[in-house]
Design a protein around this ligand. Structure first.
Ligand code: FMN
Length: 136
């Protein structure tokens, strides 16, 4: 079954923009659903914005992203990357919350050009791979 990985950013809305409870709620439901759907990934929130990485089969990703897109807890969802990949970065994480890295802040800023964005995204995914592998 071909694997795909999506990375998107969005703007948190209302209570989801700060505080721990909204995040705990999102992670809890995502963990349950993503286990069922064999999706894996991470969610970060930084200064009122989200960055999420989701990986899995096309049909499951599309169904979940459609649900996530219409969630009122965020707006302006923009997909940064959606491509076929050979392997999962997060085989053991149905949905984990991780700390934002400086590259996340860069990716979330509006005035970033395409080359910088691609480089920052590459670095972010490399850092996350190390974190997921337990190296840091
Ligand atoms: C930033 C963000 C990320 C989310 N990520 C996921 C996810 O990875 N998987 C998921 O099932 N729901 C995710 N959700 C929640 C969905 O939008 C939706 O509320 C949920 O899937 C509904 O699940 P239910 O039908 O089981 O209640 C996310 C919501 C937000 C705001």
């Amino acid at each position: 079954m071909p694997l795909f990985r999506i990375v998107y950013v969005s703007e948190a809305a209302g209570p989801a923009a700060s505080g721990l409870m909204p995040l705990v709620d999102i992670i809890g439901v995502s963990d349950r659903n993503n286990r069922r759907d064999q999706l894996t990934g991470v969610l970060m929130r930084h200064e009122g914005r989200f960055l999420q990485v989701l990986e899995g089969a096309r049909v499951d990703l599309d169904r979940t992203l459609a649900r996530v897109r219409s969630d009122g807890r965020h707006t302006n969802l923009a997909v940064l990357s959606d491509r076929r990949v050979e392997a999962r970065i997060f085989p053991d994480w149905a949905m984990a919350r991780v700390e934002a890295t400086p590259d996340v802040a860069r990716l979330l800023s509006a005035d970033i050009d395409q080359d910088d964005r691609d480089a920052a995204l590459d670095r972010l995914l490399t850092d996350l791979s190390l974190t997921a592998a337990g190296a840091v």
